[in-house]
Ligand binder design. Sequence first.
Ligand SMILES: NC(=O)c1ccc[n+]([C@@H]2O[C@H](COP(=O)([O-])OP(=O)(O)OC[C@H]3O[C@@H](n4cnc5c(N)ncnc54)[C@H](OP(=O)(O)O)[C@@H]3O)[C@@H](O)[C@H]2O)c1
Length: 313
Amino acid sequence: MSGNYTIAIAGATGILGGLIARAVLQPPYDQIFRQVRILTRDVSSPKAQALKALGGAVELTEFNPVDELSVNNALGGVDIFISSLGRTTDEVHKIILGGLVKNKVKVYIPSEYGNDHSKNDFEVAVSTSKLGQQDIARKMGNGLLKVVAVYTGLFPETGLINSGIGPLLGFDQENLTYTTVGDPATRVTYTSVDDIAKSVARLSHLAIEPSTADSVPDHVTLSGAAVSYKDIAGFVEKATDERITLKSLDINAWREKMLKEPTLINVIRYLIGSGKMNYEDDNHNELVNPGQSVWKWKTVEEVIIEQHVSGEF
Ligand SMILES: NC(=O)c1ccc[n+]([C@@H]2O[C@H](COP(=O)([O-])OP(=O)(O)OC[C@H]3O[C@@H](n4cnc5c(N)ncnc54)[C@H](OP(=O)(O)O)[C@@H]3O)[C@@H](O)[C@H]2O)c1
């Protein structure tokens, strides 16, 4: 299989998008995606310039997602569009989608990389909006635009202990106390951003090649590792020699609170506690990385050790 495709990435100046850009520039993808177009609001920013320095295949293109003309121009000649934009309102999505259809883009990977909405036993705006955007994309694409949504659970790099939203998810490292919603032994999927990037590169390739396109479903779920807060406390105790206290909150009361105040954090904590973000038994790991022959999925313990060694906790 070989191609000569143009791949465009919006959001590549963010953590995940930057890794996706690096993944598609690696062999074998450097022979398949001959042009890697980095779409950014500011081509002169240090992050955009660092991406440009990655190689000749990289082209920096101005892309302002709230400006129809800018989006249409940026998507000319693109075969695959990957979004890892931090925010996509319905209005922004409408503009992007118009550009995708107008320019006959063939594959679209929207900015999901979180929970598989189909597992929800409730309705909240953040999920209905993202699913609604996907539905519109599939309808407007009219069979010519393949939309592949990728669900990955949490990023261990930004959802554990002291990093990113870790403290908001109940990790209180200062007081050596982790508080779960529901049973501390309930497992949740964490997929490393590096592994997501490699998976997105592989899915892009499979989805664009006519001979493999049908092997890629509309909804792809990944599960790099599934561990519980109890497991995480064990990894931290092993790394630090300190004792972690586990506490738990009533899940039914949390669900009521989450339905009244469906903030992202309230929803995520409910999904973790209810086991609805555990994809270990139902995922597409084998599609992207059969028998771990392409790479070894990063474990949560590996990330915790790295964070401890680098002084994050
Ligand atoms: N599952 C998890 O644990 C988890 C954790 C974090 C993120 N995520 C998901 O991963 C995806 C990427 O997140 P991220 O944190 O990497 O994104 P991010 O850093 O917030 O944003 C990525 C890029 O998007 C562009 N951007 C951001 N806000 C924008 C706005 N209001 N208008 C236009 N462009 C904007 C910026 O690019 P330019 O400045 O170059 O234009 C930015 O560098 C999102 O879908 C997010 O929900 C999941």
